[in-house]
Design a protein around this ligand. Structure first.
Ligand code: KG4
Ligand code: ZN
Length: 336
């Protein structure tokens, strides 16, 4: 069985083809980040319009790479139907559902975060169940216990800003571009770790929820209070912010591992690319015999391979979508 996967929930247009026997046959992605960079974040209307421009050609190029024809070789179409930006989702869902209808094949509407949770299964060194997933992206901050496909418990999530969003907003305050995470990481390397000590939000409270808006305000107030806001001072702030975020994520992840008894932590989402976060998690949790898995960067950030894979898993467990186009901009994993 071969499944075409389509992802358009935010600012990446992505198409992939996966085969039950041969694995991933094509995996194409177009990132809109340059389009949004001057605004410091994703502009929904621009995102939708760009998906419309790019998605059709991307489907064609993915089919070309896979050496397959849509008519003859695709057995189902999977598309992200939520959560995400309404207009952006509609582009992928509209094309995906219509293609499946035209081809007279099953369509599978996929939950974006569920696809992220299972993305590590795309790789050879797949994690064993149960595992804890730390999903940290521009739109989400989640700790989830994964017991098997479709068996998830959300352990904690952000009650305000997503952690990637906090990186992006703090980057803006520091006069850096979008996406902010990589730029803060770079600037923080020059920062003095002893100059500022920012709060680690909610680590002294029970539970596994996160909050980053207070930390963001703390950064703003610190910047306003600087008598000499030179490059070194900005680097010191970037360093203190990154240290506070990384510590917070590490403390809560360790707590989730302890709470569930799982021995594996999977880190997914764009913030998972952060070098300090990777080092700290691998070092501190590794010392407790916890296996820490970072999916390859291409499967960590938004992509269609994870969507095609989830479509395939769904079809293997049976389940065709009815003939309707449905998107869910807000959709908790607990509702699956
Ligand atoms: O998963 P992703 O590519 O897209 C979605 O949000 O769905 O995540 C993007 C987020 C952005 O907020 C970006 O600033 C952040 O991931 N990010 C990082 C790093 N690289 C990307 N945050 C911290 N450190 C990084 N090295
Ligand atoms: Zn995502």
């Amino acid at each position: 069985m071969r499944v075409l996967g389509i992802e358009t929930s935010c600012d990446e247009t992505a198409v992939a083809v996966i085969c039950e026997r041969q694995g991933l046959l094509a995996h194409h992605l177009y990132s809109q980040s340059a389009l949004h960079s001057e605004y410091g974040g994703v502009v929904p209307e621009l995102a939708s319009r760009d998906h419309i421009r790019k998605l059709g050609p991307l489907v064609q190029s993915a089919m070309h790479t896979a050496g397959l024809s849509l008519q003859d070789d695709v057995d189902a179409v999977a598309y992200t139907s939520g959560p995400g930006l309404m207009g952006a989702l509609m582009v992928g869902a509209g094309l995906g559902r219509s293609l499946a209808f035209a081809l007279n094949k099953p369509a599978v509407a996929v939950h974006h975060m569920e696809a992220h949770l299972l993305a590590p299964l795309l790789e050879d060194a797949a994690p064993e169940y149960p595992y804890v997933a730390l999903l940290v992206s521009g739109g989400h901050t989640l700790l989830v216990e994964v017991r098997s496909v479709a068996q998830y418990t959300v352990l904690g999530e952000s009650i305000d800003d997503a952690v990637g969003e906090a990186f992006d907003k703090v980057a803006q305050m520091l006069g850096l571009g979008y996406p902010g995470g990589p730029q803060i990481q770079r600037l923080a390397r020059q920062g003095n770790p002893d100059r500022f000590n920012f709060p680690r939000p909610m680590v002294n409270r029970a539970g596994l929820d996160f909050s980053f808006s207070g930390l963001k305000t703390h950064v703003l107030n610190t910047l306003k209070g600087l008598s000499n806001p030179n490059d070194q001072a900005r680097a010191d702030v970037a360093r203190a912010f990154e240290d506070a975020v990384v510590d917070t994520l590490r403390i809560k992840s360790a707590r989730a591992i302890e709470h569930t008894g799982a021995r594996t932590l999977v880190v997914a989402g764009g913030v998972g690319a952060n070098q300090k976060l990777r080092r700290q998690l691998a070092h501190r949790l590794g010392a407790q015999d916890v296996r820490v898995i970072f999916p390859a960067p291409e499967f960590c950030t938004d992509n269609a391979a994870m969507v095609a894979q989830l479509g395939l898993l769904r079809l293997q467990g049976a389940g065709n979508e009815p003939l309707r186009i449905r998107v869910q901009p807000r959709w908790s994993l607990d509702e699956l």
